[in-house]
Design a protein around this ligand. Sequence first.
Ligand code: HEM
Ligand code: HEM
Ligand SMILES: [Fe+2]
Length: 456
Amino acid sequence: MKYQSQKIALAYIHVALALFAVQVTMGLVIGFIYVQPNFLSEILPFSIGRMLHTNSLIVWLLTGFFGAAYFLIPEEAEREIHSVRAAYIQLAILVIGTAGVVVTYLFNLFEGNFLLGREGREFLEQPRWVKLGIVVAALIFLWNVTMTVAKGRKTVISSILLLGLWGLALLFLFAFYNPVNLALDKQYWWNVVHLWVEGVWELIMASILGFLMLKLTGVDREVVEKWLYVIVATALFSGILGTGHHYFWIGMPAYWQWIGSIFSAFEVVPFFAMMAFAFVMVWKGRRDHPNKAALLWSLGCAVLAFFGAGVWGFMHTLHGVNYYTHGTQVTAAHGHLAFYGAYVCLNLALFTYALPILRKRDPYNQVLNMAGFWLMSSGMVFMTFVLTFAGTIQTHLQRVMGQYYMEVQDQIALFYWMRLGAGVAVVLGALLLIYALLVPRREVIEPGPVVKHAAE
Ligand code: HEM
Ligand code: HEM
Ligand SMILES: [Fe+2]
């Protein structure tokens, strides 16, 4: 660790990992409700469990991004973080907000209250006071990291990271606009949800991957930067108008079917470029970095993001296909592998790289860590296949044959049992990984020669 203030990242990573455990456990709970619908129906209805699953996902990913920024910006800017205290205040606000969401939803509090009540739009369910808290935390964060970069060395990696983080915070402001008209509501809702994961988060992904590749493979910074320019340009070119793939059936003008189909088809390009980038860097790299696990996560991230976002996204992005698959299990299959590959693996790659450094140790528990990678990733890949099969049958029975929704659900129950099995593997892999990250092996102390005391 070169800079003392990088230590801030440790607190962020701990919070992120705790929420990660909550997120996958909640996944298992709602996966079980899918096959045993009465499970916990009084205490934790499916809708609440689902909200906790998706929201804890978003919150821990964001916490991880913030932590990642506090870790890598001092190294890039070659100076300490502007205000260490502000960084901890920011974390406290995020933790209080998260607790606020959980309590409000679990105990069904403040129903209908403008400021305190639940909101109920997928991913943006947080009560308004929590949203305000998020904005305050984001402002503190942006001020803090921007000041650090402004006063220090400016690199392409940190500029792209800042651009992504600024975009993330600004786009979140759309969450405050909740018009009564459902078509308008959806239009603005996608400005957060789509433009996040298929816009500004891609910039964050590119810059963090760039940083990891720089450190792990020892390639020249100029080479990394050239790739980053291409990735950022293609991501924004395709991703912004690509939002159109959510405008097909919500009452927007019909030209969105072509704009959405064409531009979102190009969205595959930046994900392909990131995968090519990662492998070319490893190929060209001269350094044999001891942290093999971090390299595995980085490559895994690039590959699974390409398949989850790129291939599984493309599968249903043309409007002729989406007409049939919209909102089926095909969507869930894509949502899972895209989020996992791109943003879960990205965070876990950075944590795997940063934790030994933050703890001033050599890379530790690598074998366990890699076992965690394989168990969790194969679980997610299996879950994706199972949901894709379920979605294909669902699409045919429901959208082509015209059978009723619940009638179809009964016929694909077997796939939901298999999804549950995959979920168990994912949760075990996650727990294994969290253990490997947090509990370094004890140093082995060689026993010295036994000295007999005269008194014995
Ligand atoms: C890492 C990047 C991505 C993530 C995290 C992601 C995640 C998601 C999620 C969670 C949904 C479901 C949203 C909902 O209705 O609640 C979704 C929908 C969708 N995604 Fe992605 N996605 C990514 C990239 C892509 C790409 C690159 C494409 C196209 C090539 C794509 C195409 C679609 C389409 C067409 C839908 C709508 C599905 C429907 O009509 O039901 N996604 N995505
Ligand atoms: C890190 C791993 C995971 C990620 C990134 C993730 C992500 C997501 C996302 C983005 C959604 C919303 C999907 C959509 O709207 O299409 C979702 C829903 C869901 N997830 Fe996960 N999840 C993960 C792990 C799990 C696990 C282990 C299970 C356990 C079986 C699970 C079960 C579910 C279920 C049942 C839903 C609700 C689907 C529905 O409403 O039909 N997830 N998850
Ligand atoms: Fe999208």
